[in-house]
Design a binder for this molecule. Structure first.
Ligand code: FES
Ligand code: FES
Length: 156
């Protein structure tokens, strides 16, 4: 059995298992970090997004071993992050979720977007969310939440 380490939410974690296992399964099954969801498993829905070295990254179809040496941040740690916390408060204020299955991935994507582009326009928000599907149709509220988070951050 392989043994390798991953850095997740600032901690080095030992993983015993096949390095070829997609990261989302390692996060959920080995590390009990169940915020990232398994949706399509084909990098087509965005439910599994995590930050990897600050970039929103889909992790349902890439071997966990590929992420060794990188900083992986899951939605569970984003309340400690300036942009991540503002995004979460704004999602709640705008009611930007329905069933919630896509929400962790969208929060991750919105956090990455606001780190790079603190005052995104509608086109930049759409581009930042292009990997993310929401079958419940919450996108209009998600866009408002990102605009609200951007406003909040401008006053921090
Ligand atoms: S579960 Fe990863 S993109 Fe759908
Ligand atoms: S809130 Fe249900 S899939 Fe987005």
């Amino acid at each position: 059995m392989d043994c390798y380490t991953l850095t997740v939410n600032g901690e080095v974690r030992e993983i015993a298992g096949d390095e070829a296992t997609p990261l989302v399964f390692v996060l959920r099954n080995d590390l009990d970090l169940i915020g990232a969801k398994l949706g399509c498993g084909l990098e087509q829905c965005g439910a599994c997004a995590v930050l990897v070295d600050g970039e929103a990254t889909l992790c349902c179809n890439r071997p966990a071993g590929e992420f060794a040496g990188k900083q992986i941040t899951t939605v569970e740690a984003l309340s400690e992050d300036t942009e991540g916390a503002a995004v979460q408060v704004a999602f709640i204020a705008e009611g930007a979720a329905q069933c919630g299955y896509c929400t962790a991935g969208l929060v991750v994507a919105a956090t990455a977007l606001l780190k790079k582009t603190p005052k995104p326009d509608r086109q930049e928000i759409a581009s930042g969310l292009e990997d993310h599907l929401c079958r419940c149709g919450s996108h209009a509220r998600v866009i408002r939440a990102i605009e609200r988070a951007s406003e909040t951050l401008a006053h921090v």
